[in-house]
Design a protein around this ligand. Sequence first.
Ligand SMILES: Nc1nc2c(ncn2[C@@H]2O[C@H](COP(=O)(O)OP(=O)(O)OP(=O)(O)O)[C@@H](O)[C@H]2O)c(=O)[nH]1
Length: 182
Amino acid sequence: MGAGKSSLVLRFVKGQFFDYQESTIGAAFLTKTMPEQHVKFEIWDTAGQERYHSLAPMYYRGAAAAVIVYDITNQDSFTKAKNWVKELQRQGNPNMLMALAGNKADLADSRAVTKEEASAYAEENGLAFCETSAKTNVNVLEVFTDLATRLPRPSAPQPQSTSGITLTEQPPASARKSGCCS
Ligand SMILES: Nc1nc2c(ncn2[C@@H]2O[C@H](COP(=O)(O)OP(=O)(O)OP(=O)(O)O)[C@@H](O)[C@H]2O)c(=O)[nH]1
């Protein structure tokens, strides 16, 4: 709660930022097309307040990607982000791409979570990692562009193979290296 999920999405989708962003109730839905990547993001911005936790599976089940956001000035938000990663690993779509965003990078003077700690955790868990600032617009586009380039594309129908070898256009998403800023 308060890590900046809505602010990151609003920055990415509309290029806006509000110092007094209202806490999300339930969830908000936004879309953004990235023509160069041939991707249309359909984004569920979930509510961080604990009372909405039980709604979350409705939004992440079937999702192709998830961005888990914590606030670099708040150690507890990092702990909670790790719990969300665990939940998504257990209950989310097994092919889901995940990115960890350490938000409020503009408040580095009040930092409570080191970049090294978060980066090591992300690496261990196969997550892309970036420190972001929705306020100063740092690395926001990068997080989404990285996901967009790694999302699996529907492959063109293949001619019937007689040799038993199946040809695919791209390696699976997990085999493609994350290009996010870690
Ligand atoms: N300094 C700074 N403040 C930020 C940043 N991103 C968000 N904020 C502020 O942090 C507060 C919470 O931001 P939200 O975007 O509402 O956070 P949230 O994670 O969506 O919160 P919930 O909807 O309650 O889960 C707001 O006052 C924002 O203005 C950032 O990058 N830097």
